[in-house]
Design a protein around this ligand. Structure first.
Ligand code: OKP
Ligand code: ZN
Length: 349
């Protein structure tokens, strides 16, 4: 299996996120990707490549909104222009156009613009956020191209920040550009008529769902902690099934906090059946490993060995597959859990 790494991920390094009235240290840290790469290397996944080219903006601009992209690209410069002392702090929103306020208001105020594009106060924009995200997008697009051409059966994109909470024109949940959506769109553009995205991160991939909600060509399936109690709270319920042409092409399988692998695995069977019934010819896996029992911000009870099983069950779908790294915050063990998925997938032949 091909491993593609985003070698600019370190440039996104948030300092604080807002949580329960205080600024706490970010859990989505550069060390995460380093530990994954270290463990893959130890296991002998020798082919680790860095994508040589910049992200194809045609793909990025087909998934994301042009004004949102311009905002992200310029955000740090605008932040510093407000006050050079801002360089010591990250950008976080403090005001939002909810409750009847106008999201399309022609405001010139920078803070107001941040709030227009952010849906939480836990996802700081830093000096290197744009460059790190764009390099991540390049990795996801390149992985999808290699898999689409048939030169690889499977590819794993080791990148951060994650992407599945990012929508067409919004960021949140530590996510800015939706790497899984970019991979899926790339597979579509390469001729795969039906592409499925399977999201196994503990948190519902609200961004991915919203990007494809009205489309019948990309099936989105997610297994996650019940949003009635778990982040992102406002999306991810079982009754969200798609809209318009997309009706029937979104499947949510929320599970209660405390769910262990026997029940989780039954949901994976259901998800993979849906992918097969849909007739997907390619698969993107939004690979969060925060379903792990020791994850500090999640509530499922999976063991490290379960991730090997997940990898082999996904391989049993027999589809060209792009794995894109999402969450996982039990930093010490996340390398093992990601490498287990990769090994389970590879060894299943
Ligand atoms: C991103 B991904 C922790 C609060 C939770 C948001 C969680 C985002 C998860 N202090 N904040 O899906 O792993
Ligand atoms: Zn997550």
């Amino acid at each position: 299996m091909l491993i593609l790494q985003n070698d600019r991920h370190r440039e996104h390094a948030g300092r604080h996120e807002m949580y329960r009235g205080r600024l706490v240290e970010c859990v989505e840290v550069p060390e995460r990707a380093e530990l994954v790469l270290g463990e893959l290397h130890r296991r002998g996944f020798a082919r680790v490549e860095r994508p040589a080219v910049r992200a194809d903006m045609t793909v990025v601009e087909s998934v994301h909104d042009l004004r949102y992209l311009a905002f992200l690209r310029q955000a740090w410069d605008h932040w510093i222009a407000l006050d050079s002392a801002n360089a010591s702090f990250d950008i976080l929103p403090s005001v939002w156009p909810n409750q009847g306020l106008r999201r399309d208001a022609p405001t010139q105020n920078f803070s107001a613009q941040v709030g227009r594009y952010a849906f939480d106060a836990g996802s700081p924009i830093t000096r290197g956020t744009w460059d790190a995200c764009l390099a991540g997008a390049a990795s996801a697009i390149e992985a999808a191209r290699r898999v689409a051409s048939g030169s690889e059966r499977g590819a794993l994109v080791v990148t951060r920040p994650p992407g599945h909470h990012a929508g067409r024109d919004f960021f949140g949940g530590y996510c800015f550009l939706n790497n899984a959506a970019l991979a899926a769109q790339t597979l579509r553009d390469a001729g795969h008529a039906r592409v499925a995205i399977l999201d196994v991160d503990y948190h519902h991939g609200n961004g991915t769902q919203s990007i494809f909600y009205r489309r019948a060509d990309v099936l989105t399936v997610s297994i996650h902690g019940d949003p009635a109690t778990e982040y992102p709270f406002y999306l991810g319920y079982a009754d969200e099934r798609g809209e318009g042409e997309g009706e029937g092409f979104n499947l949510n399988r929320p599970l209660p906090k405390g769910t262990a692998f026997d029940a989780w695995r039954r949901e994976l069977d259901i998800a993979l059946e849906a992918v097969a019934r849909f007739g997907a010819s390619a698969l993107v896996v939004a690979l969060g490993v925060d379903a792990y029992k020791a994850d500090p911000i999640s509530g499922f009870l999976l063991d490290s060995a379960d991730f090997t099983t997940i990898g082999s069950l996904i391989a049993s779908a027999r589809l060209p597959t792009v794995f894109v790294l999402e969450g996982g915050y039990a930093v010490a063990e996340m390398g093992i859990n990601v490498a287990n998925v990769a090994e389970g997938f590879s060894l299943a032949g």
